[in-house]
Ligand binder design. Structure first.
Ligand code: ADP
Length: 335
């Protein structure tokens, strides 16, 4: 028994064959629906758009036409000459499990926050207390550092689950002043690295972006702080914010640091994926930074490209389509 609904379509999307699972999932009227275009039986805007656009490398999710609250994944597979296979699967359960996982992580992180604040507070008092014997100085400092790490982890987890759950916010009417933001990030990175890394900055002062400032801030700062963290002392970092001839806006961070081996590259945006966990920890990494970057970019119609050579350095580039670009000149003229 095939649980997936399977239909054979001709070039006009008319059904020439289907199995019984297709009847059950789509509420077909059995053989009477043979010869009908599938787009007139499954009437969902997302599905119609999917068929119109014809990019069948992915599946499309549509609400079940017969069972309220059920979700279907529908996918077209071209085969043979002028024939298409349409596969339909009920993904309601999978979707629920995913939501449960997401909510659980969000709730657990949220619950961990207040105990951590209490612990951190007491540890700070103890570290400042002169009556504590000297032998405790080191353990206390270590406890404080670990408490700080846990706090960063919890904060990153919360941010990630917010990015996953919230609908992508409406871009504010005011464009995000990216040049100012980038300078602030670079300033913080320089302060943190105590001048042991050189950061060169090149910014198109006129280039703004329609989007959410706090999210862009977190994405861009993750990239700059990674460049600092994965570069040796004396390293050089280049930060660029510019518009290309193709109209796209690009935020690019280049470093001459340790680099990443090609086999790791496909995975670095996965949560908790680290090439070298102890190196990541030593720069205060949580393993979630690039996952956050990827989500933020998705929510801004952008994409991330990474190029890297072990021992030579890395280049992380965020690309935003021309429709997101806003000119800041009018703003500064008014100010
Ligand atoms: P982390 O908190 O560990 O830095 P990220 O999600 O930001 O986590 O990055 C994932 C992994 O990708 C890092 O652990 C590191 O191995 C690698 N990485 C990220 N940025 C760089 C970089 N600029 N140079 C070399 N490796 C990097």
């Amino acid at each position: 028994l095939i649980a997936d609904g399977t239909l054979v379509l001709d070039t006009d999307w008319r059904i020439t064959w289907h199995n019984s699972a297709a009847v059950r999932l789509l509420g077909l009227a059995g053989n009477r629906d043979l010869g009908q275009p599938v787009t007139s039986l499954l009437r969902a805007p997302a599905f119609e758009q999917y068929m119109r656009e014809g990019d069948f490398t992915r599946a499309v999710e549509v609400a079940s036409p017969i069972r309220l609250g059920h979700l279907l994944a529908v996918r077209v597979v071209p085969y043979g000459r002028g024939q298409y296979l349409l596969l339909v699967r009920d993904i309601t359960r999978m979707q629920r499990l995913q939501n449960m996982r997401r909510d659980f992580v969000a709730n657990a992180s949220h619950e961990l926050r207040s105990p951590l604040t209490v612990l951190g507070g007491y540890l700070e008092n103890l570290a400042d207390d002169d009556s504590i014997p000297e032998v405790w100085a080191k353990p206390l400092a270590e406890m404080q550092a670990q408490c700080g790490r846990m706090t960063s982890l919890v904060n990153d987890l919360l941010e990630l689950s917010r990015l996953e759950t919230d609908a992508p916010g409406e871009p504010d009417e005011q464009p995000v002043p990216v040049p100012q933001m980038v300078r602030r990030i670079v300033g913080e990175a320089e302060a943190q690295s105590d001048g042991t890394r050189t950061i060169d900055v090149e910014i198109d002062e006129n280039l703004g972006l329609a989007g959410i400032e706090s999210e862009l801030y977190s994405a861009f700062s993750n990239l700059v702080f990674n460049a600092v963290g994965y570069t040796e002392s004396g390293g050089r970092i280049q930060v660029n914010w510019y518009r290309d001839a193709d109209g796209a806006a690009r935020f690019r961070v280049t470093d001459d640091g340790i680099g990443i081996e090609a086999r790791h590259l496909p995975f670095v945006t996965q949560r908790f994926y680290r090439v070298d966990p102890s190196r990541s920890r030593s720069h205060g990494g949580t393993g979630l930074g690039l996952a956050i970057v990827k989500h933020v970019l998705q929510r801004h119609d952008g994409r991330l490209t990474v190029r890297s050579e072990p021992g030579e350095g890395s280049e992380f580039c965020c690309e935003f389509p021309g429709q997101r670009v806003r000119s800041l000149r009018a703003e500064s003229a008014r100010a």
